[in-house]
Design a protein around this ligand. Structure first.
Ligand SMILES: *[C@@H]1O[C@H](CO)[C@@H](O)[C@H](O)[C@H]1NC(C)=O
Ligand SMILES: *[C@@H]1O[C@H](CO)[C@@H](O)[C@H](O)[C@H]1NC(C)=O
Ligand SMILES: *[C@@H]1O[C@H](CO)[C@@H](O)[C@H](O)[C@H]1NC(C)=O
Ligand SMILES: *[C@@H]1O[C@H](CO)[C@@H](O)[C@H](O)[C@H]1NC(C)=O
Ligand SMILES: *[C@@H]1O[C@H](CO)[C@@H](O)[C@H](O)[C@H]1NC(C)=O
Ligand SMILES: *[C@@H]1O[C@H](CO)[C@@H](O)[C@H](O)[C@H]1NC(C)=O
Ligand SMILES: *[C@@H]1O[C@H](CO)[C@@H](O)[C@H](O)[C@H]1NC(C)=O
Ligand SMILES: *[C@@H]1O[C@H](CO)[C@@H](O)[C@H](O)[C@H]1NC(C)=O
Ligand SMILES: *[C@@H]1O[C@H](CO)[C@@H](O)[C@H](O)[C@H]1NC(C)=O
Ligand SMILES: *[C@@H]1O[C@H](CO)[C@@H](O)[C@H](O)[C@H]1NC(C)=O
Length: 433
């Protein structure tokens, strides 16, 4: 808490210096908390290009790329209202610089699963692929239009074969400085955003939704997965999905998440980390503030693989990696119908607890604060409302819980606290269940 308050005070000071002479400051747009470091301001845009569209389901990707090339370096590219732009080809948009994309209409990705499995951008992490990759410097995407991933065909195909490569709807890859949102994101085949190799990006006003119409539910539809990125802000958004609302993957640092409404998710998660043996995963300096969490498996979650590899299912395997989770603050969370308000595990992806104790995680967790939680769990784990379980006292330190006012529908408030200093946890710890 102390560190984040200090960094934010410095950030505020620097941002006041930085905005002098410019009209809009992304840093000032971040409320109530400011980002860990100031976000750079945009240069003026002086030309406008409208994207032509076929309007008959034919691929518009060439039109989009040519408008972007024409208006790159100081322009604005407009996707007109009431038009649907079809995208049937993987677009590499990592050349962008000082350009805005104003999306007023709809961008629909084709349902050609064979094409996308062969041509979507492979991102080299958890087999993630993306329909497109957007990167460069000083890029703003807004307009409150829609990106539609045509997910149904993917939800049905995944039910037949869990190893198919389902593209992520929005790939923000190597973007330095930019704002994404307001936008509506619908029917992503899997994660909604993959943010990698990026710095100084603000996401705001994102509205996520997309449910399967068949018996095959939309799986792994994380709101955001952040990877190898720093100084990212996610705020003022509404997420209706079926996996992590936001997830901090390896090497997410200086991340501010505030004012989110999450429904149906797996919570706001650090991890999973330590999945790959020989790799070092770092997640540090994260502030998660003012979250409403409904109908979820978890509120705040930290998931770390044990010190030994295992295969829980066909597409969930790993363990043995090392690294650290440090200075993580979860402040102000309202929950309703959530299985665990707080869940810390170092036995992720492993069903044999004995094995986790035998091979403690190689990834340390320290300086973690859970504060100002209130609401009611689902009762699924009654009488437990939370679980904070480390694999050894040597790998966890300074984990605090304060002002936690959470009960189950039956009025219970038990926490499972194992291998942690429970004098720092102002909750009703029971040894185990
Ligand atoms: C894929 O989209 C095309 C064009 O919109 C449509 O005709 C076709 O029925 C769709 N296929 C599937 C499997 O949904
Ligand atoms: C990020 O940058 C690294 C180093 O340049 C590169 O190897 C990697 O492919 C990039 N993309 C992702 C998603 O990590
Ligand atoms: C990626 O896919 C391959 C086969 O398609 C699989 O063997 C591997 O385990 C997958 N990796 C991850 C991290 O899921
Ligand atoms: C988000 O989209 C849903 C579905 O279109 C809509 O009902 C809801 O009002 C939107 N939420 C916000 C905050 O715009
Ligand atoms: C918390 O977030 C909600 C939106 O989910 C917003 O209406 C409210 O103003 C935020 N509170 C603070 C203190 O920023
Ligand atoms: C919230 O999530 C539940 C599933 O957990 C879903 O049935 C419901 O429609 C969602 N609410 C909204 C507003 O999308
Ligand atoms: C994460 O950062 C650590 C420390 O700098 C580095 O050793 C590791 O290779 C990075 N991992 C990834 C996936 O970039
Ligand atoms: C939670 O899910 C139920 C249905 O399962 C739905 O009625 C309710 O609106 C959801 N809560 C929110 C905040 O969307
Ligand atoms: C769990 O792991 C322990 C220790 O390696 C082993 O003895 C036991 O057989 C395992 N249990 C199961 C159900 O695999
Ligand atoms: C991981 O932990 C195991 C013991 O649990 C140890 O044998 C191994 O050397 C550690 N690996 C690394 C990379 O630290």
């Amino acid at each position: 808490m102390k560190l984040s308050t200090l960094t934010q005070a410095i950030g505020l000071f620097l941002s006041l210096v930085a905005v002098e002479g410019s009209e809009y400051s992304r840093t000032d747009a971040c409320k109530p908390h400011h980002p860990f470091k100031p976000l750079p301001a945009s240069q003026a845009r002086t030309k406008t290009c409208h994207v032509a569209n076929h309007g008959n389901g034919k691929d518009d990707s060439a039109n989009i790329l040519s408008a972007l090339e024409k208006c790159n370096n100081g322009g604005k590219v407009v996707f007109d209202a009431d038009k649907t732009y079809t995208v049937g080809k993987a677009m590499d948009m990592t050349f962008l610089k000082h350009v805005d994309l104003e999306i007023l209409g709809t961008i629909l990705f084709t349902n050609n699963t064979d094409y996308w499995q062969a041509h979507a951008f492979k991102q080299g992490y958890q087999n993630a692929t993306t329909f497109f990759q957007l990167g460069g410097e000083d890029v703003n995407v807004y307009g409150d239009g829609t990106l539609d991933g045509n997910g149904q065909v993917w939800y049905d195909l995944y039910a037949e074969d869990p190893l198919i490569l389902r593209p992520v709807l929005v790939g923000v890859i190597g973007l330095h400085g930019g704002t994404i949102g307001p936008l509506k994101l619908r029917y992503s085949p899997q994660w909604y955003h993959f943010v990698a190799n990026s710095t100084d990006v603000l996401f705001e006003g994102i509205n996520i939704s997309g449910y399967s119409t068949s018996d095959n539910v939309a799986k792994n539809t994380d709101g955001w997965d952040i990877y190898r990125s720093s100084n990212i802000v996610i705020q003022d958004s509404v997420i209706n999905n079926g996996d992590d609302c936001v997830s901090f993957k390896p090497n997410s640092t200086e991340i501010l998440v505030q004012n989110l409404h999450c429904n149906g998710s797996h919570g706001i998660s650090v991890g999973s980390l330590g999945q790959y043996k020989g790799e070092i995963d770092i997640v540090e300096n994260v502030l998660v503030f003012n979250i409403s969490m409904f109908n979820a498996s978890d509120g705040a979650r930290i998931k770390v693989w044990p010190g030994i590899s295992s295969a829980l299912s066909t597409d969930l395997q790993g363990g043995g990696g090392s690294g650290s989770v440090k200075n993580i603050v979860y402040d102000t969370m309202t929950i309703d119908n959530v299985d665990y308000a707080i869940e810390v595990t170092q036995c992720y992806g492993q069903s044999n607890l004995t094995l986790c104790d035998e091979y403690p995680s190689n990834l340390t967790i320290s300086d973690v604060h859970f504060t100002n939680f209130r609401g009611t769990t689902s009762g699924v784990y009654d009488p437990d409302v939370g679980t904070i379980v480390c694999s050894s006292p040597d790998v966890c330190s300074d984990i605090y819980a304060t002002n936690i006012d959470v009960t189950s529908p039956q009025g219970d408030d038990d926490f499972v606290c194992t291998n942690v200093d429970d004098s720092l946890l102002d909750v009703h710890c029971v040894s185990s269940t």
